[in-house]
Design a protein around this ligand. Structure first.
Ligand code: RVP
Length: 499
C-alpha cells in the first residue's frame, strides 16, 4: 500500500515569523548574513562561505559570466548554466575568474603593426578604450605600449596609421611590478594621475591592468566573494550524463564549486556523478534537488558538499502539473533541515542546504533561512535585472526581460529532466515567459538585504545561525493572509504601482 502524508505540504506564504525580544545591539548594521556554502566538520571552517545567502539559478536566462561577476561582487554566487556546449561554459568560467577584483587580465590587445582601424574595430566590439600593445597581440605578451583615446584623433588621423607611431611606448609608461598589492597600485595611480596601470613581470610581459575606476568600485563592494588570488568565486551546473567530459574542462577553467542540476536528484545517476568527481578532482560539488529526508541522506552519503531542495516550486516550472511530483517548498525545507540537524548531531558534519525556487516575496528568503536553509537559489528574482543574459523588451507600457525554464522547449535542457532511457523528452516541464524589468542587481539586492536584516532584528537574531535557532514560525490561515495585505481601504494610484 502507498504511504500517505496526511499533513498537506506548504509554501512560504503560509507562514509568518513571530518577533522575539530585540536587544539594543541588534541593529541591521550588526547583522551578518555570512553563511556556509559547503560541508564542514564541527569546530572547523567551511572551505567556501557566502557573504550573502544568495545564489542565482543554473539557467540560460539567469546565470552567465556577467551575472556571476556581478553577484560575486555583492557577496553571492552564480552557478553558470550547463545547458550549453562544454567549451562555451568553460569560457564563461574563465571570464569570471579573469575579472579579478581590481586586477584585470587585459581583454583588448594588439601589436604595434596593427592600425588605428584595428583599434576602432575593437573599441566598437568591446566598448573598451584602453588597449595593451604587446609583441604578439596577446594578453600576456611583452608589453610594448598602451593606446588610450587621447593618443589619436578620429577626425584627422588616417585609419591605416600604424599603432607603433602613436602608442605611448613602454619607456614612457608608469607601471607596477607583478606582486604589487592593490593599494600600492592605487598609490601609483593617484601619484601619477593615471587612468590605468599595467602590471608587468620581470620579462616585461603583461600580467594585469589596474583601472582607476575598478579600484573605486572595489572599495564600494566590501562583501566581494574572492578566492586566494583575488578572483571572483564562481559555480557551474553539470548534469549526470556528460560529466566525464564536462567536469575536467570546468575544473581546468578554474571553477570553484559544481552543482548537479536536476529536477529530481534522488537517483543513482547523481550518486555515480558525485563519486566520479570526488575520486578524480579536488573540487566541491553540490547535488539535488530533493524534497525529503531520504533524498537528502542519499546524496550526503554519496559525498555531496551541499544539497539543493525543491521540486516544482520554480516560477517557470510546470513539473507538478505535468508529472504530479513535488512538494510545497516550505515543507520540503523543514523536513530536509531536520534531517540535516540529526545528521550533524550524529556525525559532527554540517551539510548546508539550499532552498531552490519559489521565492516570490523578499520575506520568503528570511523564512527559508529561518526554516534551516543556509542559502537560497533564485531564478525569477535575478532574471529581472540588467545583468541577466536575456533581452529587455517593451511590452505595452512596461519594460520586461525574457525568462524561460530549463525544461522549456526553448532551453532544450533535456538532461536536467531525463530519467534514463531514450534521449530527448516528449513533454515540457517549463514555460517561456517575461518578468518585469527591475533595474540593477545591486540596487535590488540592497533593498532585499535591508528587509532581511530588519526582520532578523525583529526576531532578535544577528546571524543566520541564530535565526535558525531562535525563530518562532507560525502557520497562517487563509483569512489572516487577507489581513496581511492592505485591506478595506481604497488604494491611491501611487500605491497601486508598487510591487
Ligand atoms: P524561481 O526562483 O522561482 O524562478 O525558480 C528557479 C528554479 O526553478 C531553478 O533554480 C530550478 O530549480 C527551477 N527550474 C528551472 N527551470 C525549470 C523548468 O523549466 N521547469 N525549473
Amino acid at each position: 500500500m502507498a504511504t500517505y502524508y496526511n499533513e498537506p505540504s506548504r509554501t512560504f506564504s503560509e507562514y509568518l515569523l513571530i518577533p522575539n525580544l530585540t536587544t539594543k545591539d541588534c541593529t541591521p548594521a550588526n547583522v551578518s548574513l555570512k553563511t556556509p556554502l559547503v560541508k564542514y566538520k564541527k569546530g572547523e571552517k567551511p572551505a567556501y562561505s557566502l557573504n550573502i545567502p544568495f545564489s542565482s539559478a543554473v539557467m540560460q536566462s539567469v546565470s552567465d559570466d556577467k551575472m556571476a561577476a556581478a553577484l560575486a561582487r555583492c557577496g553571492g554566487i552564480s552557478f553558470i548554466f550547463g545547458s550549453q556546449p562544454i567549451e562555451e561554459q568553460a569560457n564563461m568560467i574563465r571570464k569570471v575568474k579573469s575579472y579579478k577584483a581590481g586586477f584585470v587580465v587585459s581583454r583588448s590587445n594588439l601589436t604595434p603593426d596593427h592600425t588605428l582601424q584595428d583599434i576602432l574595430n575593437l573599441k566598437e566590439k568591446y566598448a573598451h578604450s584602453t588597449f595593451a600593445i604587446t609583441h604578439d597581440g596577446t594578453a600576456n605578451g611583452k608589453l610594448l605600449g598602451i593606446v588610450a583615446s587621447r593618443d589619436y584623433r578620429i577626425s584627422r588621423d588616417a585609419r591605416d596609421k600604424k599603432i607603433s607611431t602613436f602608442m605611448t611606448p613602454f619607456d614612457s609608461l608608469v607601471y607596477g611590478k607583478t606582486g604589487i598589492t592593490l593599494s600600492e597600485a592605487n598609490d601609483l595611480i593617484w601619484e601619477h594621475k593615471l587612468n590605468v596601470l599595467p602590471i608587468v613581470n620581470e620579462d616585461q610581459c603583461l600580467d594585469y591592468l589596474v583601472f582607476r575606476k575598478d579600484y573605486d568600485a572595489h572599495k564600494e563592494y566590501p562583501l566581494e566573494l574572492l578566492d586566494a588570488n583575488k578572483s571572483y568565486i564562481v559555480g557551474a551546473g553539470i548534469n549526470s550524463k556528460d560529466y566525464k567530459e564536462r567536469v575536467p574542462a570546468l575544473v581546468e577553467a578554474g571553477v570553484d564549486v559544481l552543482v548537479i542540476d536536476s529536477s529530481d536528484g534522488y537517483t543513482e545517476w547523481q550518486r555515480e556523478t558525485i563519486e566520479y568527481v570526488k575520486a578524480n578532482f579536488d573540487v566541491k560539488i553540490g547535488a539535488g534537488n530533493v524534497v525529503d529526508r531520504e533524498g537528502f541522506l542519499y546524496l550526503v552519503e554519496a559525498g555531496a558538499d551541499f544539497v539543493k531542495v525543491g521540486i516544482g516550486g520554480g516560477s517557470i516550472c510546470i513539473t507538478r502539473e505535468q508529472k504530479g511530483i513535488g512538494r510545497g517548498q516550505a515543507s520540503a525545507v523543514i523536513e530536509v533541515a531536520a534531517a540535516r540537524e540529526q545528521y550533524f548531531n550524529e556525525t559532527g558534519i554540517y551539510v548546508p542546504i539550499c532552498s531552490d525556487g519559489g521565492i516570490v516575496h523578499d520575506y520568503h528568503i528570511t523564512l527559508a533561512l529561518s526554516m534551516g536553509a543556509d542559502f537560497v537559489m533564485m531564478g525569477r528574482y535575478f532574471a529581472r535585472f540588467d545583468e541577466s543574459p536575456t533581452r529587455k523588451l517593451k511590452v505595452g507600457n512596461n519594460f520586461v526581460k525574457e525568462f524561460w525554464g530549463e525544461g522549456s522547449n526553448r532551453a532544450r535542457n533535456w538532461e536536467r529532466y531525463d530519467t534514463g532511457g531514450k534521449s530527448g523528452l516528449l513533454f515540457e516541464e517549463g514555460v517561456d515567459s517575461y518578468v518585469p524589468y527591475a533595474g540593477s542587481l545591486q540596487e535590488n539586492l540592497d533593498k532585499t538585504i535591508s528587509k532581511i536584516k530588519s526582520t532578523m532584528c525583529n526576531c532578535g537574531s544577528k546571524s543566520i545561525e541564530e535565526m535558525q535557532r531562535n525563530a518562532r514560525i507560525t502557520l497562517v490561515s487563509a483569512t489572516s493572509l487577507v489581513e496581511g495585505g492592505a485591506h478595506d481601504v481604497i488604494l491611491k494610484e501611487s500605491s497601486l504601482s508598487g510591487e
